[in-house]
Design a protein around this ligand. Structure first.
Ligand SMILES: CC(=O)SCCNC(=O)CCNC(=O)[C@H](O)C(C)(C)COP(=O)(O)OP(=O)(O)OC[C@H]1O[C@@H](n2cnc3c(N)ncnc32)[C@H](O)[C@@H]1OP(=O)(O)O
Ligand SMILES: CC(=O)C(=O)O
Length: 534
């Protein structure tokens, strides 16, 4: 049986730009278009020409290679013709090859928000669609508040869809603008709409206000729509839009969809989706959600010892799809929930071979659980686990020892009477028989300590030249005997690999010191540095 084509319409750069806390520059938009083209979406809605200077500049030229470059805008205002509406003309006159015009489909909103009659609204919409079609652009209509409109006045909502189709719209997109519709209602209403328009002319635009934007979208697809609107990582107005990064793998990997529908993406593009999702988060300067379906760092991670033991026998035991199909990785973590199977998997990932009945493995498991009870958390600090494991197994080389350190903060007036804060760290490190002392100033005590520790590591200095501290996170834990600080440090080197180490102490500087020390140690292990005394 031939599969029916589903079209992916991305609105990251338009509805996504309506996300609280997100502002795109032209450069951001250009770089996000690259990600979307790598992914292989069919339409890229780049924004709203005429609405602001960024979008004006962005729409001054064609920005896509393969995807249909689409401009968003509203239909003409009441009381003027399409030709005399500057807003509509900016959209039609942009470099986009398609338009997506928004018009209200809920009678109550038309009479209150627009203050016009519902028939006049239909004429405004039809004239705008006709003007866009006449300009040669593929034209879509976003039916704002469609599902609430259908519930309020079914006859008008259906007339709205039919009028748009008759005016020449290629796609009529049914919008759950307020995001409150249930999946079963979506299915019933989409089926009803097909009494006036075929499914291959209909799209769905769902918001996530009940956490069901993805479910609503899938429900609409099963009921007949063939265009899907959504955003990267589900950004968008209020609670966001349907998340394309969840929808695309579901549509391509789950038989109920994959057997009936085809997308314009290849399997290789699907396998790139984890990278794309994370690169997008980087671009908008936020951390990636660990628990994001398919692409999150935890999506194929298991902490539980019972699970790890089953996975050691069959890797697919706790996976609904193979992680590599979406470019993600399986991860067996080490934590309080671990058993020896977790440790064996983590050790072998780092090239450390040991038998399951080796008594050192029992000791390592006891040590991990005891330290976790004091605030350590090895599932997020793999490099610290390696350092600990090698120490307990007796294979950690004696690279260097920190004999002492001091970090100080001084707030005082300088000679000009200005209030300044000075931070300084002094570190004494022993490498073999050499005692090295380094002093550094920093923009804070941890920064000064980090700089001082890396300033002179004697014979190992050449190995740490490319090491940089990428991120530093502090978490205050409420331990049984009072507050404890856990510091997590992310480090990276010239190879691009990054690793996480941690320290735990009631004292923030001590916790930071431990994390920095373990990061240096891990780096020396990683490059195979030769210790003076193995
Ligand atoms: C559901 C959605 O997500 S729709 C997309 C919403 N996105 C945005 O609004 C982001 C970009 N918007 C903007 O930059 C501005 O709102 C602009 C440039 C479009 C318009 O700005 P302004 O002219 O100052 O109007 P303002 O934003 O205050 O109000 C919107 C106007 O459009 C009218 N309007 C709203 N929807 C439509 C429509 N579909 N068709 C025609 N007119 C409409 C409103 O009645 C209102 O007009 P009024 O002030 O005469 O009552
Ligand atoms: C058009 C749109 O973004 C909405 O109705 O939600």
């Amino acid at each position: 049986m031939d599969r029916e084509r589903l079209y992916i319409f991305d609105t990251t750069l338009r509805d996504g730009a309506q996300t609280a806390g997100i502002e795109f520059s032209v450069e951001d938009k250009i770089s996000i278009v690259r990600l979307l083209e790598d992914l292989g979406v069919d339409y890229i809605e780049g924004g709203y020409p005429g609405a602001n200077v960024v979008d004006d500049a962005f729409f001054s030229q064609k920005r896509t290679r393969r995807a249909t470059f689409t401009a968003f805008g509203m239909t003409k205002r009441a009381g003027r013709s399409a030709a005399n509406d500057p807003g509509l003309q900016a959209v039609i006159g942009s470099a986009a090859s398609a338009t997506c015009l928004v018009a209200k489909a809920w009678d109550h909103q038309i009479t209150t928000a627009l203050g016009i009659g519902i028939d006049e609204n239909l004429r405004n919409m039809a004239d705008s669609v006709a003007a866009s079609v006449a300009s040669g652009k593929e034209t879509m209509i976003d039916c704002e508040h469609f599902f609430d409109g259908w519930k309020s006045n079914r006859d008008y909502a259906l007339r709205f869809v039919k009028t748009a189709i008759d005016a020449g719209a290629r796609w009529v997109v049914l919008c759950d603008t307020n995001g409150g519709t249930m999946p079963s209602e979506i299915a019933d209403i989409v089926r009803d709409v097909q009494t006036v328009a075929p499914g291959d002319r209909l799209g769905i635009h769902a918001h996530d206000d009940t956490g069901q934007a993805v479910a609503n979208t899938l429900s609409a697809v099963l009921a007949g729509v063939r265009q899907i609107q959504g955003t990267l990582n589900g950004i968008g107005e209020r609670c966001g839009n349907a998340n394309l990064v969840t929808l695309i793998p579901t549509l391509m990997l789950k038989p109920v969809f994959a057997e009936r529908f085809a997308l314009g993406l290849s399997e290789a593009q699907l396998a790139d989706i984890t990278r794309i999702s994370r690169a997008f988060d980087d671009r908008i300067n936020r951390g990636s959600a660990r628990q994001a379906p398919y692409v999150g760092a935890s999506a194929f991670a298991t902490k539980a010892g019972i699970h790890a033991s089953a996975i050691a026998k069959d890797v697919s035991s706790y996976e609904h799809v193979p992680p590599e199909t979406v470019g993600n990785e399986r991860n067996i973590m080490v934590s309080q929930q671990a058993g020896k199977s977790n440790l064996l998997t983590a050790l072998s990932r780092h090239g450390i071979a040991i038998e399951k009945d080796d008594s050192r493995l029992d000791k390592l498991l006891r040590t991990v659980k005891e330290r976790e009870s004091r605030g350590y958390s090895y599932d997020g600090a793999d490099a610290s686990f390696v350092v600990l494991a090698r120490k307990v197994l007796g294979t950690l080389p004696d690279f260097f020892t920190v004999e002492s350190y001091r970090a100080s903060v001084e707030r005082r007036h300088n000679a000009r009477g200005e209030l300044i804060t000075m931070t300084e760290a002094v570190v004494k490190i022993r490498v073999g028989d050499d005692l090295l002392m380094s002093v550094a100033e920093g923009n804070g005590p941890v920064n000064a300590l980090d700089l001082a520790m890396r300033k002179d590591l004697g014979r190992y200095s050449e190995h740490i030249e490319d090491l940089e501290l990428v991120d530093f996170k502090v978490r205050i834990l409420n331990g049984g005997t009072g507050a404890v600080t856990r510091v997590l440090v992310e480090s990276r080197d010239g190879t691009g690999e990054s690793w996480y180490t941690m320290g735990v102490s009631p004292n923030l500087i001590d916790a930071s010191f431990e994390a920095l020390y373990e990061s240096l140690t891990y780096k020396l292990l990683k490059v195979g540095a030769q210790p003076l005394r193995p």
